[in-house]
Design a binder for this molecule. Structure first.
Ligand code: HEC
Length: 148
C-alpha cells in the first residue's frame, strides 16, 4: 500500500510540471480571448455601433491591466514551442528575445494606465483608444503566430 502511494506521488510530481506549462499556455489564451472580447466591445462604441458606456470601458481597461500584470510570468522556458488549440500560438521569439518581449508588456501596461486616466467620454475614447489597439497589434506582429 505504502509503495503504491510513493509511486503515485512521484508520478503526480512529474505530471505537475507538465500541467504547469499547459496551465500557463492556457492562461495566456484565456487572457487574450478576454482582451479580444473587451477590445471588440469598446471598438463598437468607437465605431458608433453601441452607445458610450463607461462601465464597459472600465471593465475592458481593468482586464487589460490585469493581463499586463500577469503576462511577465506566463512564459516559462518549458512552455516554448507548445501550441494551444485554436487559431494562434506564441512565437518562439518570446523566449529568444525575452527583453524585447518584456518591453512590449511594459509599454502595453503604460499605455493602458494612461488610457484609464484619460478616457471619460466618447471623444476621449476616440482620441485615446487607438493607442491601446496599437500596443495589441505591435506585440502580435512580432510575438504571435497563426496556427497552420
Ligand atoms: C505583450 C504582448 C501582447 C500584447 C500587449 C497583447 N497580446 Fe494578444 N496575444 C499575444 C500572444 C503571444 C498571443 C498568442 C497566444 C495564444 O493565442 O495562445 C496572443 C493572442 C491573442 C488573441 C488570440 C487568442 C486565441 O488564441 O484565440 C487575441 C484575440 C488577442 N491576443 C487579443 C489581444 C488584444 C485585444 C490586446 C490588446 C488589448 C492584446 N491581445 C495584447 C501577445 C500579446
Amino acid at each position: 500500500m505504502k509503495r503504491v502511494l510513493v509511486v503515485g506521488g512521484a508520478l503526480l510530481l512529474g505530471m505537475g510540471a507538465v500541467w504547469a506549462q499547459q496551465d500557463s499556455v492556457k492562461e495566456v489564451q484565456v487572457l487574450m480571448k478576454g482582451n479580444g472580447k473587451n477590445a471588440g466591445a469598446v471598438a463598437a462604441m468607437v465605431k458608433g455601433e453601441k452607445p458610450y458606456d463607461q462601465a464597459t470601458v472600465d471593465t475592458a481597461l481593468a482586464q487589460f491591466e490585469d493581463t499586463a500584470k500577469k503576462l511577465p510570468t506566463l512564459f516559462p522556458d518549458s512552455a516554448k514551442g507548445m501550441k494551444p488549440e485554436g487559431d494562434y500560438s506564441t512565437s518562439p521569439k518570446v523566449w529568444e528575445d525575452k527583453a524585447g518581449f518584456q518591453a512590449k508588456i511594459a509599454s502595453f501596461a503604460k499605455v493602458v494606465s494612461e488610457a484609464k486616466a484619460k478616457i471619460k467620454d466618447l471623444d476621449s475614447l476616440k482620441t485615446n483608444f487607438p493607442a491601446v489597439g496599437k500596443e495589441c497589434g505591435g506585440c502580435h506582429e512580432t510575438f504571435r503566430v497563426k496556427n497552420g
